[in-house]
Structure formats: structure tokens, C-alpha cells
Design a protein around this ligand. Structure first.
Ligand code: 5AD
Ligand code: SF4
Length: 475
């Protein structure tokens, strides 16, 4: 059978997948890929080579919408060449629903983040009926983690522990598109991590919009909170490092600080979005903490974990933000001295409370504020990194360097990338002397002879101690 489009390089039964947005979307995409591969499709690197084109979208800021529009138009042109199928998945599909088909009539399938498990059915239905189809569940009934997953490259993996968010920060669209908080049963998480470690992975990053709220939603019956979950995960034999994203300051407990401080596999790294340094703006954002509470939390965290790597998210130009309020954000950054920050200009999202607020900050003012903030964040981050130069640290090798042959890229426990010459394979833990620093990465030198380390540290929980004692013949 002749296959229109084939002569132009398109292979039937193939897919192209492009992901926008956050780590949760990247993780969802691993499962979208798993589902498509389960349908017999093979991945292609370029859209013109593939039959099914999938865009896993983000709606957190307007810029993401605009970028998607350009990609979709290109996909629409490709469709003129052959029988392609265009799928829009993720948050923008959920927020725009059929509005997306009105704007882009060549779109075939829409699938929201809570409906990814329906993707194979939707594709078959579209093929059978010739009409666009969509699914948009409001609540999480199937975690992405339960779906098949495409192969993971490298020694690190994301593990979803929660879906959704119930915080309704006034600027944020996430609760509207990803539904209310829902936590995965702890045993399923532990089983998944055991499987990953058996497959050779060394490090997991636990994912949720607000991981500190793990297990706190009504109806969660396992009696396991986030610090408990971390301790359970530390007991998985062979796991070397555990990270987590993202933390909300209002739910960050002292017990969590204790678990990070304990000599276990939980890395000394916290991403703790502050959003603003102004009490008026924080209240208008609906964040439920003020500047003082945030500073106190960071002081407690640093007292317990002096070398913690602390990063944050900051929004400038929230409606009504005055110059003095913006300067409160600058002074907070000076005072805290973050290791890094993701910085954003406020983007009004349809349906959110802040989108209806008066006193929008003019674009040029917001852009100037962003630039001043970025300059400060980078200066502080460079200074903080430079203070590590000369020290020798444990690095987990992730992959060969993309720029320099013979070098590898690995990360410190604080999640800082280090490039250095090494023959160590991905997954090796090596000792590296830090030679030079920028605001975002290091150059290093492997300490010869140190070799790969065993399990990084011992496990402090009662079950962990039992395991250790048994391993040393004391059990
Ligand atoms: N405009 C700008 N930034 C936003 N964020 C979330 N919503 C918006 C918005 N409407 C930022 C916050 C959040 C990060 C993931 O994205 O800083 O922590
Ligand atoms: Fe959005 Fe706030 Fe939830 Fe984060 S905590 S996803 S900023 S609503």
C-alpha cells in the first residue's frame, strides 16, 4: 500500500513528542511515550518524520501558549503532506478544551493531565470516526506513575508522589488544570523505587506541586506524612540519593528539617518558592506566610543543615507591586542568599483571582525589575558557588558531557552540575575537587583512587538500622 507522506520521510506507526513546562510534564511525557510505545509506535526525533505528533503543553504563563501556537501551526502544515494525527496533551488542553480545536481545527486529540490513561482509546476513536476527540477529567483517578513508562536514560528518575494542588495561590492556574491534591499510596511509591533501583538507578526525585502536603488531604488513610515517606524510601536497599520538588513554605515542618539533616540519603537541597519579599504582595498572592515566617524557616533549615542548597521561584510585577515592594524582594534575596532562583514576570491566567486585580504593572517596568533581580540572583549564586571552590565533594555521574569529549557531567548532593574529565560510567559516585565556579555550575577534578563509593551514608530509621545490622552480621 502506498502511504501518502512516506516519500517525504514520514514513517507510519511513529510518534514525535515535544514537552513544554515543568518537571511534572516531563514525567507525564515519559508515560505518554510508554503508552504510545505500547500501541506499537516508535519514537522519532523530528516532527516531519512521525505520524503521530504529540505536544504535552503548559499553561502556567502566557509565553508557553504563544510557543505552542507556533509549533502547532508548523504541525498543521505537516498534516497537509500526509495522514498525520495531532495530539495536544497536558495543562493547556485541559484549560482551553474545545477552544483549542476552534483555534487550530487540524488538532485531532485533546487530553488533559488527569486523562492521559485515555490516550490510546482517544487515538483509536479518532482513527475510527474521523472526528476530533478529547478527555478532561477534573480529578486524579489514575496517577501517571501507574501507566507504562518509556525507558529512562541515566541513573536518576522522577517519581510522582502526588498529583494536583489545593492551594489556589491567586496567580496560579495549576489547581484549575491539575485538580485537587491527591497522594499516591506509600507502598506503591516504595515498590516503584525498588523497581527503579533494581533496574540500576541510583537517585530519585519525588515530584508533586507541594510535596509537603503529601498524605494530608481528606480521605488519605495510610497515616504516612511526607517526612515518614522519605524515611521509608531511605530504607530501599541500594538507593543512594533522594530529592524532592516542590516545597511550599507554609507546610514545611520541623520534622522534615530533621529528616533532611539526618545522615541519610535525602540530599541537602531544597527548592522553596518564596514568590515575593513583600508582605502585602504575599498576602495578595494568597501564600499564607509572610517575610518573617519565611526567614525564620530558612534560619531553622540552615541551622540544622548548614550546607543546604536553597533555590526559589520569584514573580515580579504582581498587580499593584510598587517599587518599594519590589525592593523588599531584592533585599530578601540579599538577606537569604539563594543558590539559585527561577524568576518570572507575572502573567495573568484566565480564571485565576489575580487576573481580575487592577493596577497591572506596565511591561517595561516589570522587565526592568526582572533584569535587576536576575543580576542580583546571579551575583549571589556565583559568590555562593565560588565559596565551594577548593573543596572535594561527592558527585553522581549522570552522563558524558555534551560540550567536551572525555568529560562527564555529574551533580553534587546540592544538585549543582560539575563537569570533569573521568572514565567513570553514569551512576558512579566519585570524589571531585571543585576547581572553578560560575553562577550555575562547576569545573572539577576527579580525585584519583577514591573510586566509586559504596552507599553514601547509613540509614537512621529503625528499619534502616535493622537492615544495616543484618548486613554487618549483627542482626
Ligand atoms: N505568572 C508568573 N509566574 C507564575 N508562576 C506560577 N503562576 C504564574 C503566573 N501566573 C511561577 C511561580 C511558580 C512557578 C512554577 O511558576 O513562581 O512557583
Ligand atoms: Fe500554583 Fe501555589 Fe499550587 Fe504552586 S502551590 S502549584 S504556585 S497554586
Amino acid at each position: 500500500m502506498s502511504y501518502p507522506g512516506k516519500e517525504r520521510g514520514m514513517d507510519p506507526n511513529t510518534y514525535y513528542l515535544r514537552t513544554f513546562g515543568c518537571q511534572m510534564n516531563d514525567h507525564d511525557s515519559e508515560h505518554i511515550a510508554g503508552l504510545l510505545e505500547g500501541m506499537g509506535l516508535r519514537r522519532r526525533a523530528r516532527p516531519d518524520e512521525a505520524e503521530v505528533l504529540v505536544f504535552n503543553t503548559c499553561s502556567i504563563r502566557e509565553k508557553a501558549d504563544r510557543r505552542l501556537a507556533a509549533h502547532l501551526r508548523e504541525a498543521g502544515h505537516l498534516k497537509e503532506d500526509g495522514p498525520r494525527l495531532i495530539v495536544v496533551a497536558g495543562c493547556l488542553a485541559q484549560s482551553r478544551k474545545e477552544g483549542l480545536v476552534e483555534d487550530f481545527p487540524f488538532v485531532d486529540v485533546l487530553v488533559g493531565p488527569q486523562s492521559l490513561h485515555e490516550l490510546p482509546r482517544l487515538i483509536s476513536e479518532r482513527r475510527a470516526t474521523g472526528r476530533w476527540t478529547g478527555a478532561f477529567h477534573d480529578e486524579t483517578t489514575h496517577f501517571s506513575a501507574e501507566l507504562p513508562r518509556a525507558d529512562i536514560a541515566g541513573p536518576t528518575a522522577w517519581v510522582q508522589i502526588m498529583a494536583g494542588c489545593s492551594n489556589y495561590c491567586t496567580y496560579c492556574i495549576v489547581p484549575y488544570v491539575r485538580g485537587p491534591e491527591a497522594s499516591r499510596p506509600p507502598l506503591e511509591i516504595v515498590r516503584e523505587i525498588e523497581g527503579l533501583v533494581t533496574a540500576g538507578l541510583r537517585e530519585v526525585t519525588l515530584l508533586g506541586q507541594n510535596v509537603n502536603a503529601y498524605g494530608l488531604e481528606p480521605g488519605f488513610s495510610y497515616g504516612v506524612t511526607f517526612p515518614d515517606l522519605l524515611e521509608l524510601i531511605c530504607e530501599v536497599e541500594g538507593i543512594q540519593r533522594v530529592r524532592f520538588l516542590t516545597s511550599h513554605p507554609k507546610d514545611f515542618s520541623d520534622r522534615l528539617i530533621e529528616v533532611i539533616a539526618a545522615p541519610n540519603q535525602v540530599c541537602e537541597q531544597v527548592h522553596l518558592p518564596v514568590q515575593s519579599g513583600s508582605d502585602r504582595v504575599l498576602a495578595a498572592m494568597g501564600r499564607h506566610y509572610d517575610r518573617r515566617t519565611y526567614l525564620d524557616l530558612v534560619a531553622r533549615l540552615r541551622a540544622a543543615v548548614p550546607e543546604v542548597s536553597l533555590t526559589t521561584d520569584i514573580i515580579v510585577g504582581f498587580p499593584g507591586e510598587t517599587e518599594a515592594e519590589f525592593e523588599d524582594t531584592l533585599s530578601l534575596v540579599e538577606e537569604i542568599r539563594f543558590d539559585g532562583a527561577f524568576t518570572f514576570i507575572f502573567s495573568p491566567r484566565p480564571g485565576t483571582a489575580a487576573a481580575r486585580l487592577p493596577d497591572r504593572v506596565p511591561r517595561d517596568v516589570a522587565e526592568q525589575r526582572l533584569q535587576r533581580l536576575v543580576d542580583l540572583v546571579q551575583r549571589v549564586a556565583r559568590e555562593r558557588n565560588q565559596a565551594w571552590v577548593g573543596r572535594t565533594v561527592e558527585v553522581l555521574v549522570e552522563r558524558p558531557s555534551r560540550q567536551s569529549p572525555g568529560e562527564v557531567m555529574g551533580r553534587t548532593r546540592g544538585y549543582k552540575p560539575v563537569n570533569f574529565v573521568s572514565k567513570a560510567p553514569p551512576g558512579a559516585l566519585v570524589q571531585v575537587e571543585l576547581l572553578d565556579a560560575t553562577s550555575t555550575s562547576f569545573k572539577g577534578r576527579e580525585i584519583a583512587g577514591a573510586g566509586a563509593l559504596g552507599p553514601a551514608v547509613s540509614c537512621p530509621t529503625p528499619a534502616g538500622r535493622r537492615l544495616e545490622a543484618a548486613a554487618q552480621g549483627r542482626g
